[in-house]
Design a binder for this molecule. Sequence first.
Ligand code: GLN
Length: 309
Amino acid sequence: MEAVSRADLAQILAEIEHRMRLAEDRGTVAGYIPQLAGIDPAQFGISVALPDGTACSAGDAATPFSIQSISKVFTLAIALGRLGDQLWSRVGREPSGLAFNSILQLEQENGIPRNPFVNAGAIAVTDAILAGHQPREVLGELLRFIRLAAGDDAIHINRAVAASEQATAHRNIALAEFMAAMGNLRNPTALTIGTYVHQCAVEMTTDQLARAGRFLVNAPGCPRLVSPARIRRINALMMMCGHYDGSGEFAYRVGLPGKSGVGGGILAVVPGRASIAVWSPGLNASGNSKLGTEALEHLARATGWSVFG
Ligand code: GLN
């Protein structure tokens, strides 16, 4: 994969930001979490962090946003660290081809979610790392991991966003209860969902998120929080499942492992080169940031970055 100079990168990001400012169709902001429903869709930020921790940004790169499902990458890394391959008895590694919050496969497949990035799978992962711990400890560990990865102790959880999601979490509670009925939930549903909504409510800027994503880049200078073998596997899962039923389209258009969140953020990894975070709150039909995807498509084309050669 090509090396791109910092000056070229700055120019590419400025061009992308300009183009995205002018976009008319910005997608639709997630409406089902009340605290997120009111966010101004005109915002757009993008940051590229290099292995040494320096970052190049454009647009609203210093505005914190709710990382939502991007948190699932960090909890997966923690769960694999704790349980290793045992985790795979509770959650699969296949793309779902369904919406992030779908319940369909869960019944057909005996309460084992398809992958750790659909909601059911992420709830199972959170349940797995809760074993024997208090939610406070698990959330503390998650924040420590993210802060260490980003090199920034200011990263925090937005309690109002967590409370807002908790109040409307009927679907996620249903997923958890169904898994409990099938023997794939070990803690009380309220405890697991309470932890899950707080992990989703971590707030970061694109600058912070891009720096945090360096733990998946596997290059000298990047924080060493997981082994290279595990980095490859997490990236493989991000490529296949990180955008739900839009994962194939994302791989086709961007060609990099990525993970989206309904807050409008996307984390993308350029193995050996860089970590990219982009944010624009409007979503496409698969619940992934519309302009975020377009921006990454432009960036991948302009830099030649792709895992496909
Ligand atoms: N907290 C959100 C939910 O569970 C996360 C979904 C997402 O970002 N796709 O619905």
